[in-house]
Design a protein around this ligand. Structure first.
Ligand code: ZN
Length: 141
């Protein structure tokens, strides 16, 4: 019996039929941040509210990671099995930018400003069979 576990607590709603990223918005100045923070990075106020972020945004900038990142990167891959992947920032309505992996790694299929959905999928599988779930950005079909 394997479990599906979030890569980190508090990053997104879990378990959930339709998970959503969790950010925080400052009650005083309105600035949003991801991941959710205890206090506002802009004005220092501790009056922040955790909220679910929109699931669709636009690609703000991106690159393709061509070599395996150093520890603590832990995808279960080895330098031999590593495959390049896209990584970028998604700009969400409400003004928050979230860094994450892209489901697309072909530079010819990526461009700044394209619409992308936040999706949730297995990031790696543990030796005991547990699946570690993370979020990815996927081009809108
Ligand atoms: Zn603030």
């Amino acid at each position: 019996m394997s479990n599906r576990l979030p890569i980190a607590e508090g990053l997104f709603t879990w378990p959930a039929k339709k998970p959503a990223l969790l950010g925080s918005r400052c009650d005083r100045c309105g600035i949003a941040s991801f991941p959710a923070a205890q206090s506002c990075m802009a004005c220092g106020s501790q009056e922040v509210t955790v909220e679910e972020l929109p699931s669709r945004g636009t690609l703000w900038t991106w690159t393709v990671q061509q070599f395996m990142p150093k520890s603590p990167y832990n995808s279960g891959e080895t330098p031999e099995t590593f495959r390049p992947y896209g990584v970028g920032y998604l700009e969400l309505p409400g003004g928050v930018r979230v860094e994450g992996r892209l489901t697309e790694s072909d530079p010819r299929k990526l461009r700044v400003g394209m619409a992308m959905d936040v999706v949730f999928d297995t990031w790696r599988t543990e030796p005991n069979g547990d699946e570690i779930v993370s979020f990815f950005f996927q081009p809108v079909a």
